[in-house]
Design a binder for this molecule. Structure first.
Ligand code: HEC
Ligand code: HEC
Ligand code: HEC
Ligand code: HEC
Length: 363
């Protein structure tokens, strides 16, 4: 062990490991049991990150409820299509809150021509109306994900017109002097997939499309088995996104003894399963329908609208805002108003109920 070359090599190795560690999180980290002892079901938290997260998840104080009595907004105003059955007081309370949640600096004028509030010339007003419907739909039809906690505009917007975490379909067509061709967005560490080199857009196949989220094939021999390596890589990309969006490790939803198996896994995986279907539904039936409404500068490279994923609501917390429910102070966002009776919505609800049974059926 005395040859200088070995010593130099050891010293270099030491330096290399210091460099490697520098990229890790600063200790101490805490680990918390999340299953039977000895099963490796553990969550690792960094107190510094947890503290920062607490600060970023303060909930604004609720304004006092308005009286439900008196004339309805639909009778008094000219162009109210969704919130017409609220009293004028309740309607105005919501307008004030929406302003605080979406555009506190810009004010009413962010959505309105203030010379005529009934005017529809600002795209933001048209988007906001759809957003009210989307929020009501989440809170009434996706209770198997959002429970009674529910969501308000603040869950995603947090005082900004554009939520912090949105995504567009990645343009992964070969560019310039790229001889490799279509790399499917791999090998360029992307934040969307936890800075790994996995495909940077697992959202288009899974949170817009309905590709199977699978790694294992379901037959031993290649007899019509369509599970591909690309699909496996997308799957891991989505899983990295889900973990980092919720600030949890894989074992929050999986029993690492057998990742694919549902038995013996934490119940959170079932909630997550519904979350995937919910995100898909919202992107397809709400965000995409606004494609013509959004101006060009809000769209992605391929001309698509901004879409949502797990991070849009969760923003690093296992439950958005650590489970603080704002919906109880905003019952008007917790019901279907006009749409409840329309035929397409009824059909969609029936389909939802059918799909809700699916994870159990997989066992
Ligand atoms: C984030 C967008 C947004 C902001 C900010 C906003 N509104 Fe609205 N406002 C809407 C939408 C959407 C409607 C239509 C609701 C419907 O169709 O049910 C509306 C409708 C109205 C109407 C009814 C007009 C009519 O005659 O049809 C009034 C009045 C109104 N808002 C007042 C306000 C006031 C006052 C503020 C500021 C405190 C405000 N709004 C801030 C989106 C917004
Ligand atoms: C589940 C997440 C989510 C919720 C809940 C939500 N939004 Fe949005 N909102 C989005 C996304 C994603 C966009 C697209 C971002 C963009 O504008 O490019 C958006 C865009 C908007 C815009 C357009 C902003 C702009 O400048 O382009 C308005 C206005 C808006 N939302 C209002 C609302 C209102 C009002 C509510 C509550 C009734 C609400 N949103 C609830 C996710 C959400
Ligand atoms: C928030 C919950 C959650 C987290 C965290 C999570 N997963 Fe998943 N995972 C799921 C759900 C739900 C499915 C099934 C999706 C479906 O069928 O639509 C799944 C599916 C998978 C599959 C496919 C299994 C098969 O049937 O082929 C693999 C592999 C996987 N996860 C690995 C991981 C890894 C690795 C991590 C950590 C980086 C992780 N997961 C983190 C919820 C989670
Ligand atoms: C529209 C906002 C929204 C979106 C988008 C969303 N979630 Fe959630 N999620 C919630 C809310 C609200 C809760 C809290 C429900 C409760 O209190 O039980 C929650 C709870 C969960 C839980 C249960 C946590 C626990 O400890 O019980 C998991 C797991 C989860 N979400 C995973 C996901 C995944 C994975 C995605 C993306 C595929 C996702 N969510 C997208 C709003 C959202």
């Amino acid at each position: 062990m005395s040859t200088p070359s070995i010593q130099t090599a050891l010293r270099l190795l030491g330096l290399a490991s210091v460099a490697l560690l520098a990229a890790c999180e600063r200790p101490p980290v805490i680990s918390v049991q999340h299953g039977y002892a000895g099963t490796g079901m553990v969550q690792v938290y960094n107190p510094a990150t947890v503290e920062k997260q607490q600060e970023a998840n303060q909930v604004p104080e609720a304004t006092p409820q308005a009286s439900p009595d008196g004339p309805k907004a639909g009778q008094v105003y000219q162009n109210v299509k969704v919130l017409g059955d609220l009293s004028v007081g309740q309607f105005n309370r919501l307008m004030v809150n929406m302003t605080a949640w979406i555009a506190p600096e810009q004010g009413c004028a962010y959505c309105h021509n203030v010379a005529n509030f009934a005017d529809e010339s600002k795209y933001t007003k048209v988007v906001a109306r759809k957003m009210v419907e989307m929020t009501q739909h989440i809170n009434t039809d996706w209770k198997n994900h959002v429970a009674e906690t529910g969501v308000t505009c603040f869950t995603c917007h947090r005082g900004q017109p554009v939520p912090k975490d949105i995504w567009f379909t990645a343009n992964n067509a070969p560019k310039g002097a790229n001889f490799i061709g279509d790399t499917a967005g791999q090998n360029s560490p992307a934040k969307t997939v936890g800075l790994s080199s996995l495909p940077n857009d697992p959202f288009t196949p899974f949170l817009l499309g309905k590709e199977e989220i699978r790694v294992n094939g379901n037959t031993a021999l290649p007899s019509g088995n369509r599970a591909s390596i690309k699909q496996a890589e997308w799957t891991y990309g989505l899983m990295m996104h889900m973990s980092s969006s919720l600030g949890v490790n894989c074992s929050y939803c999986h029993n690492t003894r057998n990742i694919a198996q549902w038995e013996g896994g934490p119940p959170q995986r079932v909630t997550a399963w519904h979350g995937i279907r919910m995100a898909r539904d919202l992107n397809l039936n709400y965000m995409e329908t606004l494609t013509e409404v959004f101006p060009g500068h809000r769209k992605g490279e391929l001309g698509d609208v901004a879409k949502l994923n797990c991070a849009t609501c969760h923003q690093g917390a296992y439950k958005p805002l650590y489970g603080a429910g704002m919906l109880k102070d905003h019952p008007e966002l917790g019901r279907d108003t006009v749409l409840a009776s329309s035929a397409p919505v009824k059909a969609a609800k029936a389909a939802l109920q059918a799909s809700a049974a699916a994870p159990a059926a997989k066992r």
